[in-house]
Design a binder for this molecule. Structure first.
Ligand SMILES: Cc1cc2nc3c(=O)[nH]c(=O)nc-3n(C[C@H](O)[C@H](O)[C@H](O)COP(=O)(O)OP(=O)(O)OC[C@H]3O[C@@H](n4cnc5c(N)ncnc54)[C@H](O)[C@@H]3O)c2cc1C
Length: 423
């Protein structure tokens, strides 16, 4: 935030401090100002300068299948064979990743998977209305595109192997249409001839641009009276019944309540409050091509290749992939280039020049569910992080639930599966 509106003074006190101004912190702040709470929003970089800035823009409300699943365990070994493929582990980080991977394996067992599926379905049911209401309040509803998504398959075998997942979605009441031939080509002209089938999901939505949406929420929160502070929170502790947040610049902030929404960087602050949370990052890559690089009708999902292509107001974004490599190793932008190459094979008319490459840090828990709940050190602190591949989609629901927790209300859905101490 450069405008400096409502900037907090050097040593401030606040009713609620929200740490992290990614899409999750912004949504939390939106819900709190709507309740009339006085909010101090703190971020070391600005509004949505990290993962929430350049994701794929999907409001994947129908994406109820947790990533940690028997299906991924079957698929992963093949994906790992391709060093630039959909899933990679940086050799320099493999040992650190091991505990998380073991937990991911446990969360992928059928019984654990079914429990996560149920939790994710409940969260998604809340996610759509909460996101729509939030954008309406911010006068940003026009930033939602309601033209569905098209998942495509290159063989009958690939299509058939997706059917079990579609069956689970059907049981959850999610509408979709399997398409072939002319219907497939009408939904997206210009697909490669190797694509033999697709699934159209009519209620899948995308946003005009994730940064545009986050900026609109940031503006609304400030206009509603929140205070802004650009600072890194170094530590947080319960003191005299309230909270003290020490900032990197040396000053401190006192608050009655706080929300930790620091995405992939949340583990350390949670540890200071007595919670050992196995948060890791799944790094993702993309390239944003100039608008007009392809006449894209809607988001196209190339599931077997682990990437999507999204039409945005700012261009055509090609990206996805998962790289397990922590927060310190430099990006490997060969991944963005590799996905772009594949995209130009699958969408032969795609103009691949003039793109901007990006890498972001998905904050991920091993069971593919976020952490939404109170800190061990005190109920004054609520965690809201770990949304992995779905933070934009689940942001409205998370803001809604966190506001309920801070107000001492019964949450709209059971929060047991999202408890910080579930591991
Ligand atoms: C390639 C890619 C594609 C994706 N596509 C989608 C998609 O299509 N749909 C979807 O729903 N999700 C998608 N995601 C996931 C989504 O982007 C994330 O889940 C979401 O952005 C996480 O938001 P956040 O607010 O938790 O974290 P961030 O956006 O990372 O925000 C955390 C903030 O905390 C701040 N911070 C950290 N530590 C401190 C500190 N100590 N003091 C002060 N500030 C601090 C950071 O500066 C940052 O601004 C994608 C992710 C990637 C990488």
């Amino acid at each position: 935030m450069t405008s400096g509106i409502n900037s907090a003074s050097a040593s401030a006190s606040a009713d609620v401090a929200v740490v992290g101004a990614g899409i999750i912190g912004l949504s939390v702040a939106m819900h709190l100002v709507a309740q009339g709470r006085s909010v101090l929003l703190i971020d070391r970089k600005g509004i949505a300068q990290e993962t929430s800035a350049q994701n794929a823009g999907a409001l994947a409300f129908s994406d109820i299948l947790p990533l940690a699943s028997p299906r991924i365990l079957r698929q992963a070994p093949r994906w790992l064979l391709d060093p630039l493929g959909p899933l990679a582990i940086r050799p320099g980080y493999a040992l650190q990743m091991l505990p998380w991977l073991l937990r991911f394996g446990l969360a992928s067992r059928p019984s654990a998977y079914r429990a996560s599926l149920q939790a994710q379905t409940q969260l998604m049911r809340l996610a759509a209305p909460a996101f729509h209401a939030m954008l309406a309040r911010a006068k940003a509803s026009h930033m939602i595109r309601q033209d569905g998504s098209l998942q495509v398959y290159e063989s009958d075998a690939e299509f058939r192997s997706s059917l079990a997942g579609w069956q689970l979605r059907a049981e959850a009441g999610i509408a979709f249409e399997h398409v072939k031939g002319e219907r497939l080509r009408a939904l997206q002209p210009g697909l490669a001839s190797s694509i033999v089938a697709g699934t159209f999901v009519p209620h899948w939505e995308t946003v005009s641009d994730p940064f545009e949406v986050a900026s609109a929420l940031g503006r609304h929160v400030m206009q509603a009276g929140a205070t802004w502070r650009q600072a890194e929170v170094r530590s947080i502790a319960v003191r005299d019944g309230g909270l003290e947040l020490q900032l990197a610049q040396g000053s401190a902030v006192r608050a009655k309540q706080a929300v930790i929404a620091t995405g992939a960087w949340s583990r350390q602050l949670a540890a200071q409050l007595g919670d050992a949370i196995p948060l890791e990052t799944e790094r993702g890559y993309n390239t944003t091509l100039p608008p007009g690089a392809f006449d894209l009708q809607r988001q196209i999902i190339f599931g077997a290749h682990g990437f999507v292509v999204t039409p945005l107001s700012t261009g055509i974004r090609v990206g996805g992939a998962v790289e397990l490599g922590g927060l310190q190793l430099p990006p490997n932008f060969k991944r963005s280039a590799h996905m772009l190459e594949k995209a130009s094979r699958l969408l032969p008319g795609l103009q691949t020049e003039g793109g901007t490459q990006w890498m972001g840090y998905r904050p991920s828990l091993p069971d593919s569910l976020p952490v939404i709940g109170h800190a061990k050190a005190g109920r004054q602190v609520v965690y809201a992080f770990g949304h992995g591949h779905l933070g934009l989609t689940q942001s409205g629901a998370t803001g809604h639930l966190v506001a309920e927790l801070l107000a001492g209300h019964t949450p709209s859905i059971p929060l047991e599966p999202f408890r910080p101490d579930r591991f």
